[in-house]
Design a protein around this ligand. Structure first.
Ligand SMILES: Nc1ncnc2c1ncn2[C@@H]1O[C@H](COP(=O)(O)OP(=O)(O)OP(=O)(O)O)[C@@H](O)[C@H]1O
Length: 334
């Protein structure tokens, strides 16, 4: 478990100090993939550098399994740094070395003997889907493959935490997806705790269990992705399942926003409600996405018919989250 408590960091700026992190608190359970998300300048990279123990915060604590890493120095700090693997920039890969040679670098530096080194490199090549490219040099690989080599290198020393700052930046969707799959496999197969820093919630939604949303150095939202998406007031929900506020809602007896989790429910629930209660049900807007493997959908629906209220209650009782829109006729919170 890694916890960040009240982390504060400022930098001198032209017009006074810039508060890059303002009492940031978050926790990442062991074996989870946690996203740190936010717009440009939110403080994500500063937080990542503090977590990597490359930058000292002005105040606050970073605890790994209870030990405050901020206070460490000397050999203890070097040992703590080995617990936190940082995915390097791909330009940090050594051009003269093969893919296998690059992954082996941290093991050589740590004095791991040859046979053990070979086994570990073979394991990581397999994990990264690069076994066939072991003897190639970085420039022979695609950008996405190079990024996977960088992830494998960061995993070599079996760190407790893996820090990946914008690991899909500048990659096409398929290559980016392969990098995210690797992070997910690393969590599942190596048990590493992953901190994924990204400006893009649609990247985080693919692998993260939980996210912390930063804005101007502050935590503005944090929690399990599913919980955040269930609450229509969160930024996370608005970003991942946007509903156009201008959707026309007139001409219906009731208008509501319905959040559905799970595939069967998305396909069947709304038509079933219309049938059961003999109401006309129109989908006015919304759409669906996936959180990891779980499909989630949010629709704005209009219902007309005598039993429209009963239909909404039944949809809610069936497990959907129903919010009657205040803009709808006789709108009241469900
Ligand atoms: N070394 C530094 N010196 C001065 N100011 C800095 C330094 N590092 C970061 N900042 C400032 O701290 C704030 C947070 O920057 P940071 O790079 O952490 O944000 P970010 O969320 O990673 O943004 P981006 O997505 O654009 O990289 C910004 O106002 C930035 O200008």
């Amino acid at each position: 478990m890694i916890t960040v408590e009240n982390l504060t960091k400022s930098f001198p700026g032209r017009r006074g100090a810039v508060l890059a992190l303002d009492h940031v608190t978050l926790d990442v359970p062991a074996g989870a993939v946690c996203g740190v998300v936010g717009p440009s300048g939110a403080g994500k990279s500063t937080l990542a550098r503090c977590l990597a123990l490359r930058e000292r915060p002005d105040s606050g604590a970073i605890r790994l399994d209870g030990t405050d890493l901020v206070t460490l120095g000397g050999s203890q700090l070097r040992a703590a740094r080995r617990q936190i693997g940082v995915v390097p920039e791909t330009r940090a890969l050594v051009r003269q070395r093969t893919v296998a040679g690059n992954i082996a670098l941290p093991l050589e530096a740590a004095g791991v003997p040859g046979p053990a080194r070979k086994d570990r490199v073979a394991e990581l090549l397999d994990l990264a889907g690069l076994t066939g490219r072991a003897d190639d040099h970085p420039e022979q690989l695609s950008p996405g493959q190079r990024r996977r080599v960088a992830v494998a290198r960061a995993l070599a020393g079996r760190p407790a935490v893996l820090l990946a700052d914008e690991p899909t930046a500048a990659l096409d969707p398929d290559s980016g997806g392969a990098v995210l799959t690797l992070l997910d496999r690393a969590r599942a197969e190596e048990g590493v705790t992953v901190v994924l820093v990204t400006h893009d919630l649609t990247v985080a939604r693919r692998v993260c269990d939980a996210v912390t949303v930063l804005d101007r150095g502050r935590v503005v939202e944090r929690g399990a992705l599913l919980d955040l998406v269930r609450d229509p007031r969160t930024r996370t929900s608005a970003a991942l399942l946007p509903l156009d506020g201008e959707i026309p809602t007139s001409g219906h007896d009731r208008v509501a926003d319905v959040l559905l989790v799970g595939f069967a429910a998305i396909g069947a629930l709304l038509p079933e409600a219309a049938n059961r209660f003999d109401v006309r049900l129109a989908v006015l807007g919304g759409g669906m996405t996936r959180l990891g493997d779980t499909p989630v959908a949010r629709f704005r629906i209009g219902l007309s018919g005598e039993r429209a209220d009963s239909a909404l209650e039944w949809i809610s009782d069936s497990g959907a989250v129903v919010h009657r829109t205040p803009r709808g006729p006789q709108g009241v919170a469900a």
